[in-house]
Ligand binder design. Sequence first.
Ligand SMILES: *Cc1c(COP(=O)(O)O)cnc(C)c1O
Length: 223
Amino acid sequence: MSSSISERIATIRSSLPTSVRLIAVTKQVPAQIVRSAYAAGIRDFGESRIQEAAIKQAELQDLPDVTWHFIGHLQSNKAKKALEQFQWIHSVDNLKLAQRLNQLAQELGVSPQVCLQVKFLLDPNKAGWSVPELLADLSTLNRYKNLQIQGLMTIPPAGLNDPEILDVFARNRELAKEIQEQNWSNIKMQHLSMGMSGDYQLAVQAGATMVRLGTILFGDRLQ
Ligand SMILES: *Cc1c(COP(=O)(O)O)cnc(C)c1O
């Protein structure tokens, strides 16, 4: 890409409604480039691997007011590290993981912001609750007082056309609304984490409050 990172960030930022939080996904992006994104105004960074993130976060310790978002599949043996390194976890994708995070959060004295990851279509490549499973688990999730449950995250399966992708995002919004109307004391539904480089415009159209963008800001990754 010929334009600079700061130009790309400015272009994308100005195309988003001001209420939408832009999370720059920095997996496979070196710390020096993350620094340029910070200089261009980014304060929210997303990573999907605990180990890779730890190295980068150590190199970037001097940057004040950065919020780190964990967005990848979280194995339960990495849950403690995730809580130590990240303020947000977008990818809480099953009840057992939620329970473990709640327990560890208590022990560590932290109260992470989390999104619950939902699957609207069968997708063997993605983790997440199905809608009926999530609805059945809400009363248990509501007891996990150390988690600040903020909303829903979803990733449409590969290979959908635009109307189908839009439909997935709209279903995520409707599910969040349905849950909100149940008035849980400890489950808030004010955030929809949805939209990546290829589909964020559809996500914003459907009401995303957080988009997670990598490639469109930093160029292609190796994989
Ligand atoms: C890699 C990744 C992104 C960013 O994807 P791009 O297509 O590069 O924008 C967003 N969300 C998750 C969960 C990811 O793993």
